[in-house]
Design a protein around this ligand. Structure first.
Ligand code: NAP
Length: 189
């Protein structure tokens, strides 16, 4: 069955962005970026993929899920960030007029949307974020892929905005880069 994979960059103290939503504290250069472009090409925005002339295969994911704030973080650049994927954005305040033609905005229950996606054939589902949406989908996540950046933020938006309720995950793979980034892959235990 296709899996829900939460793939995100995170600080050492579990933050995915500054309190403002800015994410420029994450390392944008280094050998981890080459690995991402090669192995996780689906997660590279379409315009960036094209501009860099990347040719790495895409197909690991078929769908991306975003909360409105995550989608909005990219709006200064594009309203259609991942045209190679089925794009679903969750919002109660926005509609189809606020997004590009390749994006579906919905106020449906995210857990019901994920259950429906999992019941259908396809490649895996990328949970892009943010922490608000991930907190609601915590019990539906099959795998976590965390790009742990060697930074302590001290404050900022959490990987999961959820109540305390420890969920076990098992480490499957860990890859260390010279940049100091460590990519950890976990599956639900
Ligand atoms: N480090 C990383 O890899 C990474 C990855 C992704 C995102 N980010 C960062 O994370 C930040 C956003 O995270 P966030 O936690 O603030 O927000 P988020 O989860 O991206 O978005 C929250 C918004 O999504 C909508 N939403 C959430 N649950 C919903 C539901 N059940 N039904 C309908 N709509 C729902 C609401 O929008 P409305 O108010 O419109 O209803 C809500 O305000 C951004 O700054 C982004 O840059 C970082």
């Amino acid at each position: 069955m296709r899996e829900l994979v939460y793939y995100a960059a995170v600080s050492l103290d579990g933050r995915i962005a500054a309190p403002s939503g800015a994410f420029d504290a994450f390392l944008a250069e280094g050998d981890h970026v080459d690995a991402i472009n090669a192995d996780w090409a689906d997660t590279v925005p379409g315009a960036v993929y094209d501009a860099l002339g990347l040719t790495a295969p895409r197909g690991r994911f078929s769908t991306v899920l975003m909360g409105w704030n995550t989608f909005a973080a990219g709006l200064p650049f594009t309203d259609d960030p991942y045209p190679h994927l089925e794009q679903i954005v969750f919002s109660r305040s926005r509609g189809q007029g606020d997004v590009g033609p390749g994006v579906r905005v919905t106020a449906e229950d995210p857990r019901a949307v994920v259950a429906d996606l999992k019941s259908r054939d396809g490649a895996d589902i990328w949970l892009c974020g943010g922490g608000d949406l991930a907190g609601q989908l915590r019990d539906d996540i099959d795998r976590l892929v965390l790009k742990v950046n060697p930074r302590v933020f001290g404050d900022g938006l959490p990987l999961f905005a959820a109540a305390y309720d420890p969920v076990p995950f098992a480490l499957e793979r860990s890859r260390t880069f010279e940049s100091g980034v460590v990519m950890n892959q976990y599956r639900r235990a």
